[in-house]
Design a protein around this ligand. Sequence first.
Ligand code: HEC
Ligand code: HEC
Length: 282
Amino acid sequence: MIGRGIALAVALVAAAGAARAQDQELVARGRYIVESIGGCGNCHTPQGPNGPLPGQHLAGGAVFDEPPFRAVASNITPDPETGIGRWTDAQLALAIREGKRPDGRIIGPPMPIELYRGISDRDLSAIVAYLRTVPPVRNAVPASEYRIPLPPAYGPSVTAVADPPADDPVARGRYLAGPLGHCVECHTPMAAGGARDWSRTGAGGQPFPGPWGTSVARNITPHPSAGIGAWSDVQVVRAVTGGVSADGRRLFPPMGYAYYARMSEGDLRDLLAYLRSLPPQP
Ligand code: HEC
Ligand code: HEC
């Protein structure tokens, strides 16, 4: 009897240990996404003249003042009063992937929901698990104002999204540049009517005004003169992770170079494979 009890206790402890290891793996994956390719803090952590404000990691408050909106980045720390601390995991997941808050209000731009709809189930759980571990910061953020109508939803409910195949660098790179990293959001021109012209993915052209003046998203397709077709892999990686163009010019925000600098070598390789696979755009 006693022997069986001990065996059961040992099995339960082992199971709890395995579950904890799995949780830790999920949190580590979430931290990697949020702090590198996802660059959530590039919008959600307020910046001072010397970079992200200390003690304000993901605490929101940055203002995006553009003709169609004055959007304020939300506090996405687990503070129960001013952040997402009272939301369930499912509510947080729905907000990130589909732009729906627990009270039904839709999340507006520039949060790139159109692309976040493609975040895989596993990565979405990882992001949620990591956000739970971030230190809560009390920071009440004013509501955004939209002078354009927001859609009632960004599309039908997303039921299941699989990870990209591990043995397909271009597919993995497409996932990194789209749903996880939203490179193609900034680097794809708008068509008439306000939607992105995905037939010209990577062609650049969108202006980004800010304290730095106005930077214009560059052509990152393999076109030999208009794009990065003549650049070496090292030059592309230096631009993405170091903010230095092939000719040595320092690149301006809002691209989150410091976040991309934390990407793994494997992810950078896959990202390159995808960029090299894009149809060259003049
Ligand atoms: C390009 C800027 C940008 C990026 C990148 C971005 N967000 Fe946001 N996010 C915003 C803005 C602005 C809002 C508020 C929009 C509004 O008020 O409707 C927001 C809202 C949210 C909300 C709703 C919170 C609330 O209290 O209403 C969540 C959750 C969120 N973002 C999570 C994330 C996560 C996780 C990432 C990274 C995977 C991310 N965001 C990346 C700009 C961004
Ligand atoms: C928030 C918008 C934004 C996002 C997201 C973004 N970029 Fe950029 N990117 C820009 C802008 C704007 C520039 C031009 C900056 C300048 O000229 O000073 C730029 C410059 C570049 C350059 C340098 C090109 C040149 O001719 O010098 C490369 C390469 C690049 N981006 C690739 C990427 C990749 C890959 C990703 C995703 C991992 C990405 N960008 C995400 C806005 C963005």
